[in-house]
Ligand binder design. Structure first.
Ligand code: UDX
Length: 449
């Protein structure tokens, strides 16, 4: 079993450290954020990540997982994973300060023969830069391997333990072999490439997934104009193995800490190096338009006027099973509704209210769905939390000023919503009126026959 270190205890670092400990290795995890370290030392995950806390606690209990906020004088780790964050500027350029700090901090503490593995998503060419820095800063001979992560928030532990593939980029085959050995128990295919190709696989994978979502969102708009149902279109497409069923869920568009940053960064890199990233720019444009289209739908459902309309947005997280609100489509939607004069409240079963307040100080945060629904003119499903599927629509209806539901993720049971007397608007499918109106229009049709 190996001695490992992980620099950065965010969702990637904490999951990597906890999972490698579970696989039997000894792991030292270092993060400069003392508050986060104090939580982790007590086995509390800094993020809502199913399955992470039990692994952290088990690792700490066996003594094989240590978490600290300062670097020891000498590090005896054979392999060090860099998993620090790389925030992006508005234009998309990645800020590599944390990566540089981590590399300089570890390089002169490591022994000859150790390996620095980069897991942070970094611009293509950063691996070479890291190798150069390690050579300059360190007294020892240190190899560099790029090992991009493909962990989804909310299922990161599962994704770590069941990878579709492991990508290793290196010019040093012996170093790549040693990193590959860590992953062998997981049984996944290990793809070995050069460092730049490994870095590009990460960006291209995320950009492709974002493209799939923007594609289906564009198809959803066309479905709406032509009277087709995008959910069935996606199902029909997805059964073709060449296309695949995943990431074809039309809705409010993609958000989170990765897709927006990575697609923008890839487009930025392409532009800086003289390539015109036409498709990537359209993918981003469709995504931001999707929020605007949803506002337009909500406006249309409320007689084309959002001024002083009370709206409850259901869900604040950028997707379910996470408490992350970075680049959350739900919060962006709520802010857009506020700009049109709506009085907006938001409810999320997991995200703490103070975090929403920090991100959107003028948003009202509802303690419960019923609390937020009181006097509301519309409910907007924005994050597909399972608990929203089982809402008692008839009871909520009695609290509301008007029975209107906009399902921006095509997530709810439309029939149950309509049954309770709501109008139901969704994405890329025909909207449904209240039963009374349906009956009226059926009656009108029968008369016309
Ligand atoms: C993503 C990648 O999936 C992961 O491999 C990478 O390492 C990090 O970035 P994550 O950000 O956790 O993971 O979220 P993901 O599950 O990929 O969803 C991203 C966004 O796309 C969410 O806002 C989600 O709601 C949206 N989405 C996803 C859709 O709108 N439709 C879909 O069909 C799938």
């Amino acid at each position: 079993m190996a001695k490992l270190a992980v620099i950065g205890c965010g969702y990637v670092g904490a999951v990597t450290a906890a999972c490698f400990t579970d696989l039997g290795h000894t792991v030292e995890c270092i993060d400069i954020d003392a508050t986060r370290v104090a939580m982790l030392q007590r086995g509390i995950a800094p993020i809502h990540e199913p399955g992470l806390e039990p692994l952290l606690r088990a690792g700490i209990a066996t003594g094989r997982l240590a978490i600290r906020s300062t670097y020891p004088e000498r590090m005896d780790a054979e392999i060090v994973f860099i998993a620090v964050n790389t925030p992006a500027s508005q234009e998309g350029a990645a800020d590599l300060r944390a990566v540089r700090d981590a590399v300089t901090s570890v390089a002169n503490r490591l022994a000859t023969g150790s390996i620095i593995v980069n897991k942070s998503t970094v611009p293509i060419g950063t691996g070479d830069l890291v190798a150069g820095m390690a050579r300059r800063t360190g007294m020892a001979d240190i190899a560099v391997v790029s090992n991009p992560e493909f962990l989804r928030e909310g299922s990161a532990v599962h994704d770590f333990m069941h990878p579709d593939r492991v990508v290793l980029g290196s010019t040093d085959p012996a170093a790549a072999d040693r990193v590959a050995a860590l992953y062998e128990p997981l049984g996944a295919f290990i793809q070995r490439v050069d460092i730049r190709t490994a870095e590009m696989i990460k960006y291209a994978s995320n950009a492709f997934l974002a493209t799939k979502i923007s594609f289906i969102n564009e198809i959803a708009s066309i479905c709406e104009s032509l009277g087709a149902d995008v959910t069935e279109v996606a199902r029909g497409m997805g059964m073709d193995v060449r296309i695949g069923a995943q990431f074809l869920q039309a809705g409010l568009g993609w958000g989170g800490s990765c897709f927006p940053k990575d697609v923008r960064a890839l487009a930025h890199m392409a532009a800086v190096h003289g390539t015109h990233p036409q498709l990537l720019r359209s993918v981003m444009e469709i995504n931001s338009d999707q929020r605007l289209r949803t506002v337009q739908k909500i406006r249309a459902a409320l007689d084309n006027d959002l001024e002083r309309r009370r709206i409850l947005v259901l869900g604040a997280a950028f997707k379910n099973d996470t408490d992350d609100i970075r680049n959350s489509p739900s919060i962006e939607l709520a802010k857009l509704l506020q700009l049109e004069g709506a009085d907006v409240a938001i409810y999320d079963p997991v995200v703490p209210a103070e975090r929403i307040h920090r991100e959107a100080p003028t948003l009202r945060v509802a303690e419960t769905v019923a609390h937020g629904a009181f006097g509301a003119h519309a409910l907007v499903l924005a994050t597909p939390w399972p608990e929203f599927k089982t809402l008692r629509w008839d009871e909520l209806g009695t609290l509301m000023a008007r029975r209107t539901v906009i399902d921006s993720r095509n997530y709810l049971d439309a029939a149950a919503v309509v049954e309770a007397g709501f109008s139901y608007t969704c994405i890329g499918r025909p909207s449904l009126e209240t039963p009374a109106t349906v009956l009226e229009s059926e009656f009108a049709m029968r008369r016309a026959e």
